[in-house]
Write a protein that binds this ligand. Structure first.
Ligand SMILES: NC(=O)c1ccc[n+]([C@@H]2O[C@H](COP(=O)([O-])OP(=O)(O)OC[C@H]3O[C@@H](n4cnc5c(N)ncnc54)[C@H](OP(=O)(O)O)[C@@H]3O)[C@@H](O)[C@H]2O)c1
Length: 348
């Protein structure tokens, strides 16, 4: 049981508790024995009347509208950027520290953007804004690998293609992929529904995530550049990305070409990556070994790396294939690890 009377344990609120990220936060609180003194499960008016359990105890889902944040020390927000924009400042004004899973505060200079394995030092002080931002789901695993590469060889440029799962659009994204796939199996000419993903994701890949910017890049692609720079403290880091939605239920994959300033030794690179915390390099038995969204499910709290290839014609550059659970590593787990790091430091 992780509900404790210890006065140093935080009183927490999970805003978006009924969503995919919110459900996974509850699971992680239970799995990791995260200690809390009280917990409030919060969502929209649609969910009032529902009950969810945490550590075996039932809790009613409360309406965010009118929720009193003075009852909590720490609020996790996972209910969309517009909800965070409206309600996170209110939670902070009522005394809560916010860990925000949405994009809203990520580039705010007063809100640190944290991946604990990379820049936990940003948690030494309570942020001016009262908000700690959780990065984008594809950015988190990438920067965990880029940081040691930058320190050892210096990065000239990273070119990344993502292969992002339907769960990146929450419960409704997963439901639509299943429904559209069933429709196309019944009738190959029927693409099924295409509201969350346009065109339909059934038997398809869609090179478009989030909204289009004037530059021709999507907001999802811009996030990877801007957020990587902020987290790594490298304002001139050159990262360029194509973000693609694929008909996979869960876990995002990325193919990354990383060109360094200095020649890279493959054995040293593999050893460097394998020594990172919570990273599995699939290279032990055969250098061609690779992880996939299906095969990483038995170790969902690790970033999985394979297909490590230093280019024969250009030994300064190498390719990586990485797979990481976007709901856990890309959202809920990173958020819980931020909270754990705050508690370790006594920053709450
Ligand atoms: N899925 C991912 O891979 C991922 C990764 C990183 C970050 N995120 C971010 O995390 C957030 C949640 O994602 P998700 O995948 O969990 O989505 P989801 O499954 O669609 O869940 C959305 C949650 O937000 C709540 N919500 C929506 N509008 C609300 C409102 N006006 N007031 C209060 N609650 C409201 C919903 O409550 P009801 O059930 O009452 O509607 C639900 O609990 C999004 O901002 C997303 O961008 C997601």
């Amino acid at each position: 049981m992780t509900l404790v009377t210890d006065p140093t344990a935080p009183r927490i609120a999970l805003v978006g508790a009924t969503g995919l990220v919110g459900n996974t936060l509850i699971q992680l609180i239970e799995e990791r024995g995260f200690r809390y003194r009280d917990v409030h499960l919060v969502a929209s008016a649609r969910s009032v009347g529902r009950e969810l359990t945490v550590d075996g105890r039932p809790y009613p889902v409360q309406n965010l509208e009118g929720f009193d944040f003075s009852q909590v020390d720490l609020a996790f927000f996972s209910a969309g950027a517009s909800v965070s924009a409206k309600y996170a400042p209110h939670a902070v004004a009522q005394g809560a520290l916010v860990i925000d899973n949405t994009s809203h505060f990520r580039m705010d200079p007063d809100s640190p953007l944290v991946v604990p394995q990379v820049n936990a030092h940003e948690l030494d002080r309570r942020p001016v804004s009262g908000v700690i931002a959780n990065p984008n789901c594809s950015t988190i695993p990438l920067v965990r690998l880029l940081q040691p590469v930058e320190a050892r060889w210096g990065i000239r440029q990273a070119v990344v293609s993502t292969y992002q799962a339907a769960s990146g659009r929450g419960h409704s994204g997963v439901a639509e992929l299943r429904e559209a796939t069933a429709a196309s199996l019944a009738d190959p000419a029927d693409p099924g529904p295409a509201e969350e993903f346009t065109p339909s994701l059934s038997f398809n890949v869609v090179p478009f995530i989030d909204r289009l910017l004037e530059s021709g890049f999507t907001f999802e692609e811009q996030k990877m550049l801007q957020e990587s720079r902020k987290i790594l403290g490298l304002p001139h880091l050159d990262v360029t990305t194509t973000c693609v939605r694929v008909p996979v239920v869960n876990s995002h994959s990325e193919a990354a070409w990383i060109e360094c300033h200095n020649p890279v030794d493959r054995a040293e690179l593999v050893a460097l990556l394998a020594a990172l915390p919570e990273v599995t390099v699939h290279d032990q038995d055969t250098p061609g070994a690779f992880p996939t969204p299906r095969t990483v499910a038995d170790r969902p709290d690790h970033v999985h790396v394979g297909r490590v290839r230093v280019a024969e014609h250009n030994p300064r550059g190498f390719w990586l294939w990485l797979v990481a659970d976007n709901i856990r590593i890309g959202a809920a787990l990173n958020a819980i690890q931020i909270a754990e790091a705050l508690l370790e430091r006594g920053t709450l």
